[in-house]
Design a protein around this ligand. Structure first.
Ligand code: GLC
Length: 512
């Protein structure tokens, strides 16, 4: 789908007048100008300048999805821009500056940070307000976008500001995280919220501006959902779960999502993976492979993985791989920690090995289990590195994602492409992308458990082990079927087409 057709452009009604030169351009019916506002972005091909890679600010999947969306929109001909905080110590810009499509928001707060989010809610909030102040008061009036696409709580005030300027917006929820603040404090941080306070989501109904300022609080995430013209989550199931209040969020978020769903302005759009993430062309692997030669390809990578991590070199050993950050709230680490020793003991004869390539608070727990039981030749715990992680997908037979909730999840999609079959909890994007394996029907692509407890996970791992013990020819045919399907699923084009469909609606004069 191309985005070069002349769409009708609405005029922004900001207090800052449109400069004459730009107004002329608007009247000529130029391509719509889209501004993505995101706290994270991986190195985008289209933002690289003079051979210097583009900045990369990454805490999780949001960064990868932002870069993929930016690049796919740029390739389709859209006049796309992106605003991010200028985290000076996280990336270096080339001497010749950076792409004109990259808007770096300035504040001392960003100068010394070592990560996008740190453990302190107050400091994250300060960063979010500084970022949004720059977007609202500097980037938006200067750039005059025709449409704004915001991502997650750190951008939650922007849709209300956009509404006050007559600019349509889309708000994407990638995760449940939220922060609250008083209107008074938001204003003290330099954001002129008096002109858009009525579009924010307050803890208590404020009635008047004075009440809004004091003894009340604004939910950033709920405000983004409420004020945007459309919202979406990164899978259909997660949207339903948010509206159903299935997860530990505030009522504000459930209520805002229900409002948007009721108005027909909420969608679920599953993330996608770049086509370059493929075992056929991955430079990190010891041997490249595809669906047709995966048995020998995966075996070579298994041995390389075992060697790299000091595990027993055993061609027959089934390997379970944990790729995602060891976050105790979201990722279900305790489900595995509760029974890891028992699991390895029960499958001792089969040679079962478990590999973690991930950072996070639970890393020490898993290291402790391996050390205490003297199992370092069966359980390997390594910090995250892109190359080891890719080797993990290629060398393992199964990957684990027992998340309590998962808005979308990218790791299970990578696992499918690399022939590492996902073992997942039936939630959010995992439910939408993994179906339980049924060898009789020749259907399914993983092992899915419903009950979120160690027994549920253990049941799914046992199912996977049963599959592993099937004759080699049968396993080969099934993994080959799954990899062939996965090579075509979740392409960037399918995701971008769906976003463009919403952009088109928002750019129609009557839509907002
Ligand atoms: C967050 C979610 C994850 C999602 C990613 C990108 O990291 O936890 O499920 O895939 O954002 O949308």
């Amino acid at each position: 789908m191309s985005f070069t057709a002349p769409y009708s452009i609405r005029h922004a009604t900001s207090s800052t007048p449109i400069p004459k030169s730009q107004a002329k351009e608007v009247n000529r019916g130029r391509r719509p100008r889209i501004l993505l506002v995101t706290p994270e972005i991986s190195a985008s091909d289209h933002l690289a300048k003079n051979g210097k890679p583009a900045p990369c600010v990454k805490a999780g999947g949001l960064a990868d999805v932002s870069a993929l969306l930016f690049d796919s929109l740029a390739e389709s001909g859209a006049d796309v821009h992106v605003a991010i905080p200028h985290f000076r110590s996280l990336f270096q810009l080339g001497p010749k500056g950076h792409s004109r499509r990259l808007h770096l928001c300035q504040d001392r707060e960003f100068s010394y940070r070592r990560s996008v989010y740190d453990g302190c809610a107050q400091s994250n909030l300060r960063a979010a307000l500084a970022f949004q102040r720059d977007v609202i008061h500097y980037v938006m009036p200067r750039l005059q976008p025709d449409l704004i696409h915001c991502h997650d709580w750190m951008t939650g005030l922007v849709p209300a500001a956009a509404r006050s300027m007559g600019i349509p917006s889309l708000f994407t929820v990638h995760n449940l995280h939220d922060e609250r603040d008083s209107l008074g404090h938001i204003e003290d941080r330099g954001i002129d919220a008096a002109r858009f306070w009525e579009n924010l989501y307050f803890h208590q109904y404020p009635g008047s501006y004075e009440n809004a300022r004091n003894n009340n609080s604004v939910s950033m995430l709920a405000s983004g959902i409420l004020a945007a013209d459309h919202m979406n989550t990164v899978s259909r199931s997660f949207l339903g779960e948010l509206a159903g209040g299935d997860h530990p969020t505030s009522w504000a978020i459930t209520d805002a999502v229900r409002g948007k769903l009721g108005a027909g302005r909420a969608h679920g759009i599953v993330n996608s993976l770049p086509s370059s993430i493929s075992p056929k062309q991955d430079p990190h692997l010891s041997h490249r492979y595809d669906a047709s030669n995966h048995v020998s390809g995966k075996l070579a990578n298994k041995l390389a993985l075992q060697r790299a991590l000091g595990l027993e070199e055993d061609e027959e050993a089934p390997i379970l791989f944990w790729p995602s950050r060891l976050d105790p709230v979201q990722k279900g680490c305790h489900l595995l920690a509760d029974m890891l020793y028992r699991l390895v003991s029960d499958y001792w004869g089969l040679g079962l090995q478990v590999v973690f390539v991930a950072d996070g608070p639970y890393r020490e727990t898993f290291e402790g289990i391996a050390k205490f039981h003297n199992l370092k030749h069966r359980i390997a715990v390594a910090g995250f590195s892109e190359s080891l992680s890719r080797l993990g997908y290629a060398g393992s037979d199964f990957m684990l994602m027992p998340s309590a909730y998962e808005p979308c999840g990218l790791s299970q999609m990578i696992g499918l492409r690399y022939g590492s079959l996902p073992i997942v909890h039936s939630t959010g994007g995992l439910r939408d992308t993994v179906t339980h394996f049924d060898p009789q029907q020749n259907t399914g692509n993983g092992f899915v458990f419903e009950h979120y407890n160690p027994q549920g996970l253990r049941w799914a791992i046992d199912e996977a082990m049963r599959f592993h013990m099937r004759p080699q020819a049968e396993r080969k045919a099934q993994v080959s079927r799954i990899m062939t399907q996965a090579a075509h699923d979740h392409s960037p084009a399918s995701m971008v087409d769906q976003y463009m469909e919403i952009y088109r609606k928002l750019l129609q004069p009557q839509s907002a």
